[in-house]
Design a protein around this ligand. Sequence first.
Ligand SMILES: O=C(O)c1ccccc1N[C@@H]1O[C@H](COP(=O)(O)O)[C@@H](O)[C@H]1O
Length: 203
Amino acid sequence: MFVKVCGLRTAPDVAASVDAGADAIGFVLTPSPRQVTPAEARELAEAVPTDVLTVGVFRGEPVDVVRAAVAASGVRAIQLHGDEPATHYTALRELGLPLIRGTSPGGAAGLRPGALGEDLLIVDSPQPGSGAAWDWDTLDRAALAGRWLLAGGLRPDNVGAAIDALRPWGVDVSSGVEVRRGVKDPALIRVFLEAVRTRVGQN
Ligand SMILES: O=C(O)c1ccccc1N[C@@H]1O[C@H](COP(=O)(O)O)[C@@H](O)[C@H]1O
């Protein structure tokens, strides 16, 4: 199971995520309590081994802003989390990086993975990064196949049940490994990864 830890802002949090076995780590490069500058993301990413994907997260930014931030930060994947139009995906495809689409049930392009040409879909709550739990039962599980990550309100104590219920290809967490908004806890990051690995090992 693919695990992404998002909204990292400090070197100890990046190290904890990598050491705990995260497959991807996200840097929020768009307005948010977790926002880092492209230069900060570049510095943090220097400690990340190449087999861990570094993801730049954007919400509703113009293509030129995304392009400039990707170049300045050196992230190796782009997450568009604001129901951006297909033209964004077409334009950014030229960068040759994996494209990730973050959306929620009711989002403009629907929940079919790859609908806009993205390489990976994130199915999140309607309030990205809020930590708000949402009703997974509203998901049409039959329509979801292939590469998709479940996000939104996941925590160490509920991620196992979420995996059992929805069988996602991976999971994505931010608020659930924080002590307060924007402040991660390395111990919670470790416990979250352990909870995922334990559950996957049981299945
Ligand atoms: O985390 C943010 O602040 C954020 C800002 C803009 C777009 C997406 C954002 N986060 C994404 O939300 C989920 C995590 O949600 P949760 O905090 O665990 O409930 C994840 O996909 C982040 O990339």
